[in-house]
Design a binder for this molecule. Structure first.
Ligand SMILES: Nc1ncnc2c1ncn2[C@@H]1O[C@H](COP(=O)(O)OP(=O)(O)O)[C@@H](O)[C@H]1O
Ligand code: SF4
Ligand SMILES: [Mg+2]
Length: 370
């Protein structure tokens, strides 16, 4: 569901950064991020491997490696999670926010029957008695589509397939009715048909419940039918965000355009798929200016020295969530009829957005946050 921009956020990151200390120097995994997640929305966080997607939320959940440190603010309904003592954060983690990881075995105890693992979650976090906790656990297993749930609940994790295990983990995460559920590449280890089923399950289970779903993935292809909004990350920063349909129809940032051109799509020839040239940047010594400039076909001199801020780009004639891009030359919607003339296409294969114009922001536009 597309949630209006003026809805108070459930989770709000501001000036949020994550640094890791290493013998080679400081890794700038996430830098000065501002991001709002609103109740009831499904937000996809997308970007190449290493762009900072997982660490952003590991930091929110207090799950960073020991050499990592989060700074800035991460507020859940106004409370700064970064300021909480670990005991208090533990409580928030079980009751108000839950995370599902790529490998279901990280969340499951191989030596414990499914029933006990699920029921224990409810006993610990909701204070339910054993009997009631087991009844609710079985009901949830049925809701997540596990066939023959009465038999499965008596089994150990290794007796289930990968897809079934991930359903159990989703059941466990949903049992406490979290306000926000973060799924980090939850389907990457599963085959394609199971992936689709699991994503549908997420959508179905969170629809209408007010639970916000954050779907982290390196695979743009999986978010199209599932997410409402998308935030694209590059080198630890959000480079573009907006409604999924708008971003897919006409990416404003060259990196988004390149990502879209690099995935196979049913509406396009296989030959049209174009990998992004070059490599993701080194986060100990990130490039100056726009971190994407060494790989960007639209780069101009300024891109190598000045970092573009994440700012609203005009999308006249479209309602919906504000569209932001961090680029000195965002592609602007051709339908605007801006009179910018025959601006060049995006230059990225047959990425949607080809044929829309790229225009350099003027100082006035930048100042006006156009
Ligand atoms: N404990 C660590 N020490 C040093 N660097 C780390 C550590 N954990 C993650 N990183 C680095 O942080 C960056 C962001 O990682 P991550 O958020 O996991 O990326 P992804 O977008 O693939 O989820 C990567 O460059 C990764 O190598
Ligand atoms: S700021 Fe420059 S280098 Fe960065 S994406 Fe935009 S055009 Fe490309
Ligand atoms: Mg990751």
């Amino acid at each position: 569901m597309l949630i209006p921009d003026d809805t108070p956020p459930l989770l709000e990151l501001s000036g949020y950064s994550i640094r890791f200390a290493t013998p080679d120097g400081e890794v700038r995994a996430v830098s000065e991020m501002d991001l709002a997640v609103r109740p009831g929305e499904t937000l996809a966080i997308v970007g190449e491997s290493g762009s900072g997607k997982s660490q952003t939320f590991n930091g929110v959940f207090g799950l960073l490696a020991r050499n990592g440190r989060a700074s800035g603010a991460a507020r859940l309904e106004g409370r700064d999670l970064l300021a909480l003592k670990s005991r208090d954060l533990d409580k928030v983690r079980g009751r108000e926010m839950a995370m599902v990881f790529q490998d279901p075995m990280t969340a499951l105890n191989p030596a414990m029957k499914i029933k006990r693992q699920l029921a224990e979650t409810l006993e610990v976090h909701q204070g339910l008695g054993r009997r009631e906790a087991e009844v609710q656990s079985l009901a949830m297993l049925k809701r997540v589509g596990i066939p023959d749930a009465e038999r499965r609940i008596e089994q150990y994790p290794h007796e289930l397939s990968g897809g079934m295990r991930q359903r159990v983990v989703i059941a466990m995460a949903l049992l406490c009715r979290p306000k926000i559920l973060v799924a980090d590449e939850p389907t990457t280890a599963l085959d394609v048909t199971i992936q689709a089923q699991i994503l549908e399950l997420f959508a179905e289970l969170t629809a209408g419940s007010g639970t916000a779903l954050v779907l982290i993935t390196h695979d743009l292809g999986v978010v199209a039918g599932v997410a409402d909004r998308i935030a694209v990350m590059y080198a630890g920063r959000i480079v573009e965000e907006g409604a999924v349909d708008d971003v897919f129809a006409a990416p404003a940032h060259p990196y988004t355009a390149a990502l879209l051109a690099s995935i196979p799509r049913v509406d396009r020839d296989v030959g049209a798929v174009e990998p992004i040239p070059g490599r993701p940047p080194n986060l100990i010594h990130p490039p100056a200016g726009c971190a994407f400039h060494p790989r960007c076909r639209s780069a101009i001199e300024r891109c190598a020295t000045e970092r573009p801020p994440l700012e609203a780009v005009a999308q006249e004639g479209r309602a919906g969530p504000v569209r932001r891009a961090a680029c000195w030359r965002p592609f602007v919607d051709a339908s605007r009829g801006t009179g910018y003339g025959s601006a060049p296409g995006t230059g990225y294969g047959s990425a949607p957005g080809t044929g829309t114009g790229s225009v350099e922001r003027t100082a006035t536009e930048t100042a006006l946050h156009v």
